[in-house]
Design a protein around this ligand. Structure first.
Ligand SMILES: CC(C)(COP(=O)(O)OP(=O)(O)OC[C@H]1O[C@@H](n2cnc3c(N)ncnc32)[C@H](O)[C@@H]1OP(=O)(O)O)[C@@H](O)C(=O)NCCC(=O)NCCS
Length: 179
């Protein structure tokens, strides 16, 4: 059982009032086509795989006995992004030291139309809440990796307490959060 439906209702008063009602939903026949249509900005293409590729990878991971949790991200009823959580050793990594028995934010994107509205921050909070329900058992860490040029992601993760370890996953920086 790993479906999660948690919402946070936040009223942010900047120049206009924006309501954020982010929740995560399991991929279904109803939403997977739309998830494949979500796109980041062109300059961000090197930062994240396409959602179609990520879901294919999730399928293969599951077929090989691995653990992976792909979620669609919604603001109220509107699909705005995608996040995929992994657990343990999966074949795609280059042997990151922390991967065994720990969780990973494997893929994470907010569609280019909806970036910069606070959705990514809320979705990441919910993903960490989900991880802390220990769907694959208790763990010490959640880790993540990102391109050195991805300043927005780097700052976002650091603000959650992710710390860079000095290790690389291929050409990506590894950062770890103590759960
Ligand atoms: C990283 C990503 C998921 C963040 O989602 P988002 O909804 O745009 O982020 P938020 O609006 O919640 O903002 C999070 C923080 O980033 C900052 N931020 C967002 N867009 C920014 C921009 N274009 N320039 C500068 N800062 C920006 C926000 O100010 C916010 O910081 P704060 O909370 O301290 O004010 C999104 O930018 C994305 O999909 N990027 C492309 C794919 C990617 O890089 N994925 C991560 C791979 S590791």
């Amino acid at each position: 059982m790993w479906q999660i439906r948690i919402c946070r209702d936040i009223d942010k008063s900047y120049f206009t009032e924006v309501s954020i009602m982010i929740h995560l939903e399991k991929l279904t026949y109803e939403n997977f086509d739309d998830v494949f249509e979500l796109k980041v900005k062109k300059v961000q293409y090197p930062f994240v795989a396409s959602n179609c590729y990520s879901v294919a990878e999730a399928y293969v991971t599951m077929m090989c006995g691995g653990h992976v949790f792909p979620f669609a991200i919604y603001n109220d009823k509107r699909l705005v992004g995608f996040i995929q959580i992994g657990y343990g050793e999966n074949a795609d990594q280059d042997g990151v030291s922390v991967e065994k028995d720990n969780y990973e934010i494997w893929r994470f994107m907010i569609d280019k139309r909806y970036q910069g509205r606070g959705y990514g921050r809320e979705a990441l909070k919910l993903a960490l809440d989900f991880i802390r329900t220990w769907p694959c058992g208790k763990a010490e860490f959640c880790w993540i990796s990102y391109e050195p040029e991805n300043e927005i992601a780097r700052k976002l993760y650091a603000s959650f307490g992710f710390e860079e370890t000095g290790e690389m996953d291929g050409d990506e920086i590894v950062a770890v959060l103590k759960l």
